[in-house]
Design a protein around this ligand. Structure first.
Ligand SMILES: C[S@@+](CC[C@H](N)C(=O)[O-])C[C@H]1O[C@@H](n2cnc3c(N)ncnc32)[C@H](O)[C@@H]1O
Length: 246
C-alpha cells in the first residue's frame, strides 16, 4: 500500500473502522478460532456420519441434502459471522429465523453467544443436525399477519438467511403490508438498540424485492445492500424514521 494511501486511510472513517476492528480482535484473542477445519473438528464425526448416511443423495443440487457438505456450509456461516462482526462483539442473544441446519447459531455459540433457532419441522435432517449441534429450536411456521410466539428473553440480534418464510418463489410473495406487520411484531422481540439482519432469496424474475418494498425498508430505517436488509439499531416505527417536513 502506498504511503499517501495509508495516511488517507488512517484519517478517514475507513481507517478508524479498521483500527477499531484490530483493537477488538486483540481483546478477543482467546476466543474460538474461526477456521472451517477447527469448527468441523468440534462436531462428533461418527454421529454426523450417521446423519449423512441417512440423508445424503448423489448430486443434491439445490435440495436439502446440500447442507450435509460441512466444508461449504461452515465456511459460508463463518463468513456471515464475520460480516455481522459476531467474532468481535461481546456476548449476544440471537434469534435465527428459518435456522435450517443451525450452523450459524452453532458457530455463534462456539464464540460464547447464545441463541434460539426458529423453523418449521418439515425437514427431518434439520431436526437431526440441530440436535447433534446442541442448537435450541422452536418449531413455528412464520405466516403473514401472524405474530411470532413469545420467546422469553429479548434478543440483541435477529437474523434470517436465505429467507423462505416470505413465501419465496410463490404467487403470494410478501409485499409491503406483510413485511410491515412482521417488522412491527418483531420489534417486540428485540432488546433496546438490537440489530436485525435479513437476507432475501432471489425470486424467479431475478430480483430480491420490488422497488416499492425497497423504499419501504429504507423508510423504515434499513440499510439495503442488494439482498441484505440491515437494521442497525432497533426497528423504529416508520413515523420516527421519515424526514421531518418543514
Ligand atoms: C433456504 S433454507 C435456509 C436455511 C438457513 N437459514 C441457511 O441459510 O443455511 C430456508 C429455511 O427456512 C425455513 N422455512 C421455510 N418457510 C418457513 C416458514 N414459513 N416459517 C419458518 N421457517 C421457514 C426452512 O425450513 C429452512 O430451514
Amino acid at each position: 500500500m502506498r504511503f499517501s494511501h495509508k495516511i488517507r486511510k488512517l484519517v478517514s472513517g475507513q481507517g478508524l473502522a479498521s483500527a477499531r476492528k484490530h483493537t477488538l480482535r486483540i481483546f478477543r484473542l482467546n476466543r474460538f478460532p474461526l477456521e472451517t477445519k477447527r469448527v468441523i473438528e468440534t462436531i462428533d464425526p461418527a454421529a454426523f456420519e450417521q446423519i449423512r448416511r441417512r440423508y445424503a443423495v448423489e448430486n443434491p443440487g439445490e435440495h436439502w441434502p446440500k447442507y450435509l457438505d460441512l466444508d461449504r456450509w461452515i465456511s459460508i456461516n463463518i463468513r456471515r459471522i464475520r460480516e455481522i462482526e459476531l467474532d468481535l462483539a461481546r456476548r449476544r442473544h440471537i434469534l435465527d429465523l428459518g435456522c435450517g441446519a443451525g450452523y450459524f447459531l452453532y458457530i455463534a455459540q462456539l464464540l460464547g453467544h447464545s441463541g434460539i433457532g426458529l423453523d418449521v419441522d418439515f425437514v427431518p435432517m434439520f431436526s437431526d443436525v440441530t440436535r447433534l449441534l446442541g442448537v435450541r429450536r422452536v418449531i413455528q411456521r412464520i405466516r403473514a399477519f401472524d405474530p411470532l410466539p413469545d420467546l422469553g428473553a429479548k434478543f440483541d440480534l435477529v437474523t434470517a438467511f436465505m429467507i423462505c418464510f416470505n413465501n419465496h418463489k410463490q404467487t403470494n410473495l410478501w409485499g409491503v403490508a406483510e413485511w410491515e406487520f412482521f417488522l412491527d411484531d418483531l420489534a417486540r422481540q428485540l432488546a433496546p438498540r438490537g440489530r436485525v439482519w435479513l437476507e432475501l432469496n432471489r425470486e424467479y424474475d431475478g430480483t430480491f424485492y420490488t422497488p416499492e418494498l425497497k423504499t419501504f425498508f429504507q423508510r423504515r430505517g434499513a440499510m439495503v445492500d442488494e439482498h441484505k436488509i440491515i437494521f442497525t439499531s432497533g426497528l423504529p416505527a416508520p413515523a420516527l424514521t421519515l424526514p421531518v417536513a418543514r
